[in-house]
Design a protein around this ligand. Structure first.
Ligand SMILES: [Zn+2]
Length: 55
């Protein structure tokens, strides 16, 4: 089991996607990605929850 999220699911025109083993790690990756690629964009934890898929 892994956790996956695609940046495009936020509505962003971005090919970024992540698949990692834990939800905590995924949230960390998303936050790093947002800071690097989408400065100024913030996601609430609810919004993050909505794009996380268990794969
Ligand atoms: Zn992105």
């Amino acid at each position: 089991m892994a956790y996956s999220a695609a940046c495009a699911d936020t509505g962003a025109d971005c090919p970024g996607s992540f698949t990692v083993e834990t939800k905590g790690e995924l949230v960390e990756h998303l936050n790093i990605h947002l800071a690097e690629s989408h400065p100024g964009v913030e996601m609430t934890s609810d919004e993050v929850e909505q794009i996380i898929k268990v794969v």
